[in-house]
Write a protein that binds this ligand. Structure first.
Ligand SMILES: [Fe+2]
Length: 182
């Protein structure tokens, strides 16, 4: 038995594949409207990640991949999103390939300049070194995308937890707009 990525569904199966779920309760302080987040069912799953990491995080020698299934919805006028992170090893890049759904890849450099790339089935996105990244689901169905990174990359969630991104993907006049944090 080997690891298999289903290119129709994004489902990853096989030995060593592990799955994590992020629920509303796991994203405290992430959304602009914390009151709206806190008032929702805390057990609702916002996204699931199926990952295969041939080497443990931080140890060199492997390419890792993961499929993220990000549900549609909003907290206030802000689309459901992933927490986002910098890489612990600053010079390590990443790649995202979209399977299905619509979304926005939010990229922010250490200079806190933030930009957004539209995600749609088949689009490929390069996350340059030194760039924080998160994904928002701007569509009406589950956004499914596959990420590839090197095993020595490491994840730094603390900087984003403390300072956030400098802009948020919000619905303005019925469409997603990257709005600077005031
Ligand atoms: Fe990453």
């Amino acid at each position: 038995m080997s690891v298999r990525l289903d290119h129709e569904t994004g489902i990853l199966t096989g030995p060593g594949v592990h799955e994590t779920a992020r629920r509303v309760k796991d994203l405290a302080g992430v959304f602009r409207d914390e009151t709206a987040r806190a008032s929702r069912d805390q057990e609702t799953v916002l996204y699931r990640v199926q990952a295969w990491e041939p080497q443990p995080e931080g140890k060199p020698g492997a390419v890792c991949l993961a499929t993220t299934f990000l549900e549609p919805g909003k907290v206030g006028d802000e689309y459901f999103l992933t927490r986002g992170h910098f890489h612990a090893n600053e010079d390590r890049p990443e790649m995202e390939v979209v399977i299905s759904g619509r979304g926005a890849l939010v990229l922010m450099g250490r200079d806190r300049v933030t930009r957004m790339e539209e995600m749609a089935p088949g689009t490929v996105h390069h996350v340059p070194p030194g760039t924080a990244h998160r994904v928002a689901n701007t569509g009406s169905e589950t956004l499914v995308f596959v990420s590839y990174w090197a095993s020595e990359t490491g994840h730094d969630y603390a900087a984003i937890r403390e300072q956030g991104f400098s802009a948020r993907v919000r619905e303005v006049d019925g469409r997603p707009v990257l709005v600077p944090v005031s």
